[in-house]
Ligand binder design. Structure first.
Ligand SMILES: [Zn+2]
Length: 245
């Protein structure tokens, strides 16, 4: 199966938190979307790998994904190695996505930063036919970066107002990780991300980015290169102005 959008995260819940609204929106628009978590999140303070796998599956249904999978890179050991690059290249060549989503490189959690570098390098090398994986060489059109804790000046913002409620439901599918009515079932220990304030910050930030483009909720993205735009008149047409004014 070929995908239009393939999002890579270091851990099972990274995509829901950072660009879950955009993933839902793309699936709503009829695009084939997928999520690959490089690790199984086994270092998480709360929950177990088995619980996290069930949560990952439940969230994938809410995101409307065509593909979701976890790789076997150990949690906490995401590094830019040839072995890991080949693991990512195999996924890129299998699904041939037009765009890749990856974490912004300035981060708090080292796994996220290494994931950013790993995906960027794998996207490049995946296009070289003499790099042998018994698959056809393929390079996505663009690697696009999503934001987690630290912000950037966005290259563009996606209006996710219509799907923001479902994004929160997808996040709360990770019942062991975040603030949910059932969270105590998974232990008393609070973590940075299990506090109610963490979820509130996600919602607040979506409102903040939405306000920049005149809508209720938005998600910011960054591309490293200038964006080629061949028809500015059409791009900044009536459709663009809806929501901006
Ligand atoms: Zn993570």
């Amino acid at each position: 199966m070929k995908l239009d959008v393939l999002a890579f995260g270091a851990h099972p819940d990274d995509i829901e938190l950072t660009c879950g609204g955009t993933m839902i929106k793309m699936a709503d628009m009829g695009y084939k979307t997928g999520v690959v978590a490089l690790t199984q999140g086994e270092l998480g303070t709360r929950g177990t790998p088995e619980i996290r796998r069930q949560e990952f599956n439940a969230a994938a249904q809410i995101l409307g994904l065509s593909v979701h999978k976890m790789l076997d890179i150990p949690d906490g050991e995401v590094a830019v190695t040839q072995e890991n690059k080949l693991k990512v290249i195999r996924e890129i060549r299998e699904y041939q996505p037009r765009i890749l989503l990856a974490p912004y490189w300035k981060v708090r959690h080292p796994d996220h930063g290494h994931t950013s570098d790993l995906i960027r390098e794998a996207a490049f090398f995946s296009g070289l036919k003499n790099l042998e994986t018994s698959q056809q060489a393929f390079r996505p059109n663009k690697v696009i970066y999503y934001a987690s804790r630290f912000e950037f000046k966005p290259s563009f913002i996606v209006d996710v107002s219509e799907c923001h409620d479902r994004k929160i439901v997808a996040i709360q599918a990770y019942q062991s990780q975040f603030h949910t009515p059932r969270k105590k079932k998974f232990g008393e220990e609070e973590t940075n991300i299990s506090r109610p304030e963490f979820l509130e910050a996600i919602i607040t930030r979506a409102k903040q980015y939405g306000s920049y483009i005149g809508v209720d909720s938005g998600e910011p993205f960054l591309v490293r290169e200038p964006i080629c735009l061949n028809d500015p008149v059409a791009f900044f047409g009536t459709e663009y102005l809806q929501g901006i004014l």
